[in-house]
Write a protein that binds this ligand. Sequence first.
Ligand SMILES: [Fe+2]
Length: 344
Amino acid sequence: MNDFVKDIWYFAGVSGDVKTGKLIRTEIAGEPITLGRKQDGSVFALRDVCPHWAAPLSAGRIVGDTVECPYHGWRFGTETGQCTAIPALTSDSDIDPGKIKVRHFPVREDGQLIWVWMASDKGAAMPDVEPPSIPFAATKPVIDDILMLNCPMDQAVIGLLDPAHGPYVHQNSWWRTQNSMHDKEKLFEPRHLGFAMARHTPSSNSFAYKILGGKPETEITFYLPGARTEEIKVGKRTILSLTVVSPVTKETSSIRQLFFTDMLKFKALLPIARAGALKFLKQDQAIMNLQEQNKNHDPKRMYVGDADAQARWYFAMKKEWAASRAEGRGFVHPVKAQTLKYRS
Ligand SMILES: [Fe+2]
C-alpha cells in the first residue's frame, strides 16, 4: 500500500490552468513539476528544481523553446530538459552545458485534460501506453473544485470507489439516507487499466437525478491510477463528472472534481449543482482525514464482500501493473466481468 503507480499517465490539470507563455508549479507523486505553455500552444513539463542551486524553475520564464531559471539564468530545453545556456561562463570555458539535464516529463493534452507521464526509470523512457481517453472532456469544465487531503492516495482512491459509505457519510435528506438503503446489483466489466460499472438507469432513491428530467442513464468508469468518471446521459445530452485523486507526497493527496456538460438545464442549475457536489466532496474529505487519526496505530483493513470488491480490484491492478512492467510482459487484467451485490 501507498507506493506510487509508475509508468502511467497522471492527471496534471486542465488546459485553462496553463496559460500561454506562463509556468505553473504542481507536485505529483513526490515530484515537483513545472508545467508551461509555449507560444505555439504546446504544453511541457520539467522537474521544478534547477540542477544548479535548486531554485524552482516555475519562478523563471519561458524563452523560446527553453525555460530560464530565475536565479542565474540557466536555460533548459522544454522538450529534453537539456541545459542550453549557463550565462556566468566565459566564452573560453570548457564546461559543456549540454551535459547537464533537468528531468523532463512527457505531456499529453487531450481535449481539456493535461496528463503527465511518470516513468519508473528516470532516464529517457518514453510512454508506451496512451492516457485514458475521456469522452466529452473537450469543452471547458463548468464546475472545477479541488480539495487537499491529509491522507495517502490509496486511502482516497478506495474511498472514491466505495459504494457503501453513501448513506452514512453523505446523509443528506435530498440524496439518500439509511432508510433508503436497499439491495443493489450492478454489472462491472474490465476496461483498459480500469473497470466500469456498466451503463444503467440509476437507483430511484437518487433524488438529484430526478431533477434532470427524462430517463437518465449512467456509466461509471475508473482509470488507474486515480481517475473516475461518471457519465450521465439524458436523451442526447450528457453530464460528465471527472473526479481525480492525485498523490502529492506519500502522506498527502488532492481530489479534484470537474463537470462537463452540453445540457442547458444543468447549466441553469449550476450554482445548486456545484454547492451539492462540493458538499459531497467535503464530506469525503472529512472522513478520509478523520481516518488518519489512526494512521500510527497499525490500522489493519478488511475488504469484505462485494461492497469492498472495487478496493480489492484497485490494489490488484496496481500490483499487476507494477509486476507486468518489471517482468517486461503484458498486463493480465485481474478484473473479470461480474455482478456485484451490496446494499447502499
Ligand atoms: Fe463519497
